[in-house]
Design a protein around this ligand. Structure first.
Ligand SMILES: [Fe+2]
Ligand SMILES: [Fe+2]
Length: 310
């Protein structure tokens, strides 16, 4: 591909691993501070939890931050790094320009660093606050992705993995965008997310081009399978992790009956498809641009998932 444009020319001076200091958390310094935006943990606005006191809310949001950082660690280590390593080594099943392989090494380094700093930040935050990160659960995408892989032909499992990484790398996560600008959140937390967001901007540019390369090399039959998988992969990545929410509320000593009521009250909002469509709109546009939705089956799968409503 002679059109490849590298977004890594300034990587030595701009990547977070090369240019940003270690971020160290500190306890909250004001009662109005929060560890995580409550709007991004919507169960907290459920009527069943209306009378939770402020301290309990703050602790719940601390656990939400722990889980978000844990999600980052697992996403990088479990899903993204194996793929970027295989692209770097030329083992991703497609022939790529040398410069693209070279950049995959840089992405691999970035992602390993993201996993490292997210993991370390959890440990230090536990020490700084005295609240252990004992409500972590395995992110739901691990199980969802395993199920999706198990359903596809073994020959196409690597393709499913490549697509999942492409989806996760092209999505503009609301969290990455919102937390750095949110003045209620302590500065070290905002910085740690901003460092990550900065690198992910470059990764998005890369994976947009990777998707174009990948798509042109698929057979029509592979495209049909791949296209139908994409909405499921988006959902695996973005859908709310109800088991995590439940575990966090349980950890905060919310009675089980109120947890169940709060999940019932919040869950219909998650079902509408619209929140996912908004966050996934760049990814959906990229798949549209490569022609994925020209296939009627893929078009139907995207429509049924609600991803075309944003
Ligand atoms: Fe990352
Ligand atoms: Fe990335």
């Amino acid at each position: 591909m002679d059109r490849y444009r590298s977004s890594f020319q300034q990587w030595e001076t701009r990547s977070s691993v090369r240019s940003r200091p270690r971020r160290h958390p500190a306890p909250l310094t004001a009662t109005e501070q929060l560890y995580f935006p409550p709007e991004l943990f919507p169960v907290l606005s459920a009527p069943a939890l209306a009378d939770l006191d402020h301290g309990v809310r703050q602790e719940i949001l601390l656990h939400a931050l722990y889980q978000y950082l844990h999600f980052t660690t697992v996403l990088e280590q479990h899903a993204v790094l194996p793929i970027t390593s295989s692209i770097a080594l030329g083992r991703a099943g497609l022939i790529l320009p040398e410069a693209m392989r070279a950049d995959a090494y840089k992405i691999t380094t970035d992602e390993a660093w993201h996993a490292q700093f997210a993991y370390d930040f959890i440990a230090e935050l536990g020490e700084a606050t005295g609240v252990p990160s004992d409500a972590l659960v395995e992110p739901r995408f691990v199980n969802d992705l395993a199920r999706i892989r198990a359903e596809v032909d073994p020959d196409l499992r690597q393709l499913a993995d490549l697509l999942f990484t492409t989806v996760s790398e092209t999505l503009v996560s609301q969290l990455l965008m919102d937390i750095p600008r949110d003045e209620r959140i302590p500065e070290p937390v905002r910085n740690v997310v901003a460092d990550h967001a900065m690198d992910e901007g470059r990764h998005q540019t890369y994976f947009r081009q990777f998707l174009r390369e990948l798509w042109t090399r698929l057979t029509p039959a592979e495209r049909r399978v791949a296209g139908a998988l994409v909405p499921r992969l988006v959902e695996a990545f973005l859908a709310p992790d109800l088991r995590s929410v439940e575990t966090i509320l349980h950890r905060a000593a919310v009675p089980p009956s109120r947890i169940a009521a709060a999940l019932d009250e919040s869950f219909p909002a998650f079902r509408s498809g619209t929140p996912l469509a908004t966050e996934a709109r760049v990814t959906v546009r990229l798949f549209t641009e490569v022609g994925a939705l020209d296939d009627p089956g893929t078009q139907a799968a995207f429509t049924a998932s609600g991803l075309l409503t944003a």
